[in-house]
Design a protein around this ligand. Structure first.
Ligand code: NAD
Ligand code: DAU
Length: 363
């Protein structure tokens, strides 16, 4: 029986992690434990995304530690200080374009960081030479490890890995390490590969928030290549409920695909987004559409991702709950209502505030 009492979330100040923490503490009454958020606060990590959680649960059921997952003494101290029995490993460099411009940080955090956490778990969870089995290391990964699809077909859990960007190659490496630790050392692990997430608190370098903000600010809407690349979109809260389901009932040593079963060409999605934003923000739809700008393609741009998540549905009973219409509506409303959060992460004030409040590291 898994303990799920003291859960270490890595990267909990990022987009999906902060939504996961909020969902667990505010909307999951069956979860009675504590959450420890270990995050180094890169450009993508923002404690302001968890201010409400900190106010309500801070020091009681929510604890923040600033630290790098690549630094073994930090990960060991956190494990021991909080008697960690579960890891949900979100922390990563997550943006494909950045991985093309500067792959080193991706190898460091995604490969070495995951390795460091695995070593920490292996050490802290071994007792008298035997590996504890009431613990769990859940690794959050991506559908991009499977490569790119043509017009037909889907990624299943048995699709061979074929990563094609530095980002996806680093995530694929981390997936292999996680599975190897299960196979070799008996470390109890589960792994999930998810498609494109969207929702509140996403850093505005990713397609949906970038386009929403550019529309509001009257800036060009940059479409890579011919705009016909396809992504499968899932609302972050649906992803996170899937992760919670796996933590509770997933089989140790297994991997599960998570997806929206919701494929869109980028240009189709952008046109839909223009309709929603124009209506909500009182913009002239035709004028906004004129700002669509086709730009140079991303090098090695994967053409199509499409997830088959029937294993998760059939074996663990999960299903998506938020339709794309509702999810986009909520997301656009959130960005329109949270100008302070947006200004915060864009301004230098954000970094100064972090240094003042969180220092170099707290543990
Ligand atoms: P994000 O970029 O918004 O957040 C990443 C978080 O990790 C930030 O808070 C950052 O400060 C932290 N971090 C980075 N390097 C760190 C380090 N060395 N030590 C400690 N903390 C560090 O990412 P996201 O979009 O929330 O993605 C979270 C996870 O989900 C990633 O593993 C990503 O690969 C995976 N994923 C993302 C998507 C998506 O669409 N965003 C889809 C599938 C899988
Ligand atoms: O598939 C899961 C992955 O989805 C995650 O593992 C990654 O962490 C996450 O960043 C995301 O990767 P993508 O590269 O698919 O997401 P992004 O938002 O960068 O781009 C989505 C699509 O939109 C992609 O085909 C590129 C295109 N695009 C993106 C941007 C930022 C544009 O056409 N214009 C843009 O300005």
């Amino acid at each position: 029986m898994r303990s799920l009492k003291n859960i270490l979330i890595t990267g909990g100040a990022g987009f999906i992690g902060c939504n996961f923490i909020r969902t667990l503490l505010e909307k999951t009454p069956e979860f009675k434990g504590k959450i420890i958020n270990l995050d180094v606060l890169t450009y993508a990590g923002n404690p302001a995304s968890l201010k409400d959680v900190e106010d309500r649960f801070g020091g009681k059921r929510y604890f923040f530690e600033r630290g790098n997952i690549c630094t073994r003494d930090i990960t060991e101290q956190v494990f021991k200080k909080y008697n960690i029995d579960t890891v949900v490993h979100f922390a990563a460099e997550s943006h494909v374009d950045r991985s093309i411009l500067g792959p080193e940080a991706f190898v460091k955090t995604n490969v070495t960081g995951t390795f460091t956490l695995l070593e920490t778990a292996r050490n802290c969870w071994s007792k008298d030479g035997a590996m504890r089995q009431d613990v769990l290391f859940h690794h959050i990964s991506t559908d991009e490890v499977y490569g790119s699809l043509g017009g037909t077909g889907y990624f299943t859990e048995t699709t061979p890995y074929d990563p094609r960007s530095p980002y996806s190659a680093s995530k694929a490496s981390s997936d292999h390490l996680v599975m190897a630790y299960n196979h070799t050392y008996g470390l109890p692990v589960t792994l999930s590969n998810c498609s494109n997430n969207y929702g509140p608190y996403q850093f505005p370098e990713k397609l949906i928030p970038l386009m929403i903000l550019n529309m509001i600010e009257g800036k060009p809407l940059p479409v890579y290549g011919d705009g016909r690349n396809i992504r499968d979109w899932v609302y972050a809260e649906d992803h996170n409920r899937a992760v919670w389901t796996i933590l509770n009932t997933g089989k140790t040593g297994e991997k599960y695909n998570i997806g929206g079963e919701n494929e869109w060409e980028n240009i189709q999605l952008l046109n839909t987004l223009i309709d929603i934003v124009s209506k909500k923000a009182g913009l002239d739809q035709a004028k906004v559409r004129e700002t669509i700008t086709y730009v140079k393609d991303r090098p090695g741009h994967d053409r199509r991702y499409a997830i088959n998540c029937s294993k998760l549905k059939k074996e663990l009973g999960w299903k998506q709950e938020v339709s794309f219409d509702d999810g986009l509506d909520k997301t656009v409303s959130w960005y329109l209502a949270n100008k302070e959060w947006i200004e915060g992460i864009r301004s230098g004030e954000y970094k100064n505030w972090i240094e003042k409040n969180y220092g170099e590291r707290r543990i």
